[in-house]
Design a protein around this ligand. Structure first.
Ligand SMILES: [Zn+2]
Ligand SMILES: [Zn+2]
Length: 260
């Protein structure tokens, strides 16, 4: 594994280690491009405060800390500064305004909530409701259609316990959007490390047939999880079993600042 765009920092409040430790681990394991994509800040109405993302006032430190390390390490590794964000239609404009002053290299779409985290429900909460499944997939596709996201993290994070035919139909909708918009989908290595319900084989069976690009992402929340060898091996084995050829080349990044 030589490229990874899915790396967190302590600012999200559920990750550990210093940025330098992530970088040093990446170098020691042969990573040549390391993208940081911590959970983005979001501005909400009223008193609500998100517990799993950096605060808006931390974005400057996030950017400046990583920019300094990018310069310091530039002859050893290519550091990219990204963010993992949800597509929350009601708050997206404010989010874009917030990040615009920073030269963010890319966004990854990690849709952790249906609608948004105030009015909606956690994506992984099991459901057998086909309407909920359809709404989730439609929201992810709308996010992809903004043209601002470079790839989709764990597109299979929704837990659907209903009719498998419906699941496959909805999975196919994301995969064809990914192919048409040329946005890779990520096999999430954290899910494999932690034996979560994703990556979900039914999803990736559909993806394997769809012609979309498929990448792997460490989703590292601690330095030791950057390109951890056993985790890389299990991810490659997962892909191989499902007939997936992983795209392991550096991704052409969509810089949001150039687009908004
Ligand atoms: Zn996280
Ligand atoms: Zn993540």
């Amino acid at each position: 594994m030589t490229v990874n765009y899915h790396t967190h920092t302590v600012r999200c409040r559920h990750a550990s280690g210093t940025e330098r430790e992530y970088i040093e681990t990446a170098i020691s394991r042969g990573i040549t491009t390391l993208g940081f994509s911590d959970h983005s800040p979001y501005i909400f109405d009223g008193v609500y405060y998100s517990s799993f993302r950096m605060r808006p006032e931390e974005l400057k430190d996030y950017y400046e800390t990583l920019a300094a390390l990018r310069d310091e390490y530039n002859d050893r590794i290519d550091i990219k500064i990204g963010l993992e964000a949800e597509y929350y239609p009601n708050y997206f404009e404010e989010f874009l305004k917030l990040i615009k002053p920073f030269d963010i290299d890319y966004l990854i779409l990690g849709q952790h909530f249906l609608e948004n985290e105030i009015e909606g429900e956690y994506s992984s909460k099991p459901t057998s409701d086909p309407d909920r499944m359809t709404a989730y997939i439609s929201q992810v596709i709308k996010g992809m259609e903004t043209g601002l996201f470079t790839y989709v993290a764990h597109p299979d994070v929704i837990t659907f316990t209903g009719d498998l035919a419906i699941y496959r139909h909805e999975a196919a909708r994301i995969c064809s959007a990914a192919r048409e918009l040329d946005i890779p989908l990520e096999i999430n290595m954290l899910g494999l490390r932690d034996s979560r319900f994703y990556p979900y084989k039914e999803f990736w069976r559909v993806a394997a047939q769809s012609g979309c690009r498929i990448v792997m992402g460490c989703d590292a929340h601690e330095p030791a999880s950057v390109a951890e060898p056993e985790n890389v091996r299990q991810t490659r084995a997962f892909a191989k079993e499902l007939g997936i050829t992983l795209d392991e080349d550096p991704i052409v990044l969509r810089k949001p600042g150039n687009l908004i």
